[in-house]
Design a protein around this ligand. Sequence first.
Ligand code: BG6
Length: 572
Amino acid sequence: MCGIVGYIGKRNTQNVLIEGLKKLEYRGYDSAGIAVFTDKGLEIAKAKGRLANLETKLENTPLIGSVGIGHTRWATHGKPSDVNSHPHTDDSHKFSVVHNGIIENYLELKEELIAEGHTFVSETDTEVISHLIAREYEGDIVKAVQKAISHMRGAYALGVLTEYEPNKLVAVRQASPLIIGVGEDENFIGSDIPAILEYTRNVYILNDGEMAVLTQDAVELMTIEGNFISREMIRVDWDAATAEKGGFEHFMLKEIHEQPKAYRDTMRGRIDASGKHVVLPELKLNSEQIKNIRNVQIVACGTAYHAGLVGRSVIEQLVKIPVETDVASEYRYRSPIITPETLVIVVSQSGETTDTLAALREAQSHGAHVLAITNVVGSSIARDADDVITTLAGPEIAVASTKAYTSQLIAFYLLGLYLAEVRGTQTPEQIAHIIAAMQALPEQVEKMLSQADAIKDFAEQISKHEDLFFIGRGLDYAVAQEGSLKLKEISYIHSEAYPAGELKHGTLALIEDEIPVIALATQESVLEKTVSNIKEVKARGAEVMAITFEEHVAGLLKSVDQAFAIITHIVP
Ligand code: BG6
């Protein structure tokens, strides 16, 4: 996730871009840059780190002009650095591009362009776009952009400028958000409404496959094939703070709702066109090394540890290798048996957690290959690991992890399927079946999220309690542990997650009248056993809420007080 802005009008363009980027820093903040058409031509300023670094740079050498584009980055391809920051340009420096999204086929396009004589300076996928536009330019920037994007696969919101047509700003949207702000004798583009709200409340929302051509006094909307579109302008009446949270009450809620997009982005380019194979071109681990893996150790803290508990099941079931999951702060003190045939997977949203980093070093000191699953390209863990799978969830502003956790689960499935194919532990049909289930997931989660009001009612009931239990078996127990952590962290309600079959060995004594129990019952193989554990707590007076499949809701309602349906399940 990155943020883009663009401006054409009579104001101080640099200020409009910087102020807009400040409102988009929640979308990414590892580097930033702007391009402004000045009296010297297209001039670009970029700086690694927070936006303040760019502002400091611009204090000495401001870019004065009336059209410009800007970008705040959350790295996906190439570490955060000045050179990888946007805007990107071509060999002639006559074209400039800001991009939010992922170009899936950038490597093949890059090879093609290099063979044609183009020179690349960055590690990004975006630089391919500026070279493509330059190659296709024959005197009309709109046509050049249309031709360029016809070669691209993936997600992109773009802002494009060329020195040849300095009175135009071209914007494109395909699977990444983009809005157009309409002012008087000035127009804007932005990844999100807050970027432009200070200047105008009149907005067009672009849909996928649409583009806009902005001049100072006009906005033309068209499809990427060039057919003009007429669209009603929206009048935004949110205040700036609400707009920044996309209309949600707080960032955590916004990020919960961003999960479908986080899944799509994490899977993008990692499942081949046939839908039958996982491809992880970023992995250095070769087939030989994969076949030699004797055991896997997953090490992480907090929520990432809970993702690792699911990862253990996924890898054991798909790859048939023994897996242990460790809390990172314990790992190095238990003298784990690590050999060069051990694959150690460290999981960390931030990529900076000290205990996880220490575990990584411990594992490397014993010769293990360390693979990191992290959400932050260029983080300490990403830099030090031997291999990295990046979750493309975008920055998580809320302290409590939501979209990053579930994206870590997607990463484990991708990895598990990839290892299974190399080691031949699953049939092609089984692999294709799971891939299809994963691809259906974003839409199913969207449906799940539409039940938010019913879940809110339930949350209000349990908010009056001091203690709560989560129970489940297998993967349900792993998820229960994360549910319990969230409840403690966010609601300050004491809760415990228990393997459903273990309660009877003592803890059942704490189940009293009306104590809430959330029972996860999504594992077909242990459903009956879970139901009998539910009966045990019901017999002691608990109020039970079950989470299960649609088809089991009616049956479970005979034993529980309430039941929520999840739409489907991913089955190894
Ligand atoms: C803790 C946070 O400090 O770190 C948890 O409170 C988080 O929410 C844990 O899961 C691990 O963080 P990371 O960035 O390594 O995934």
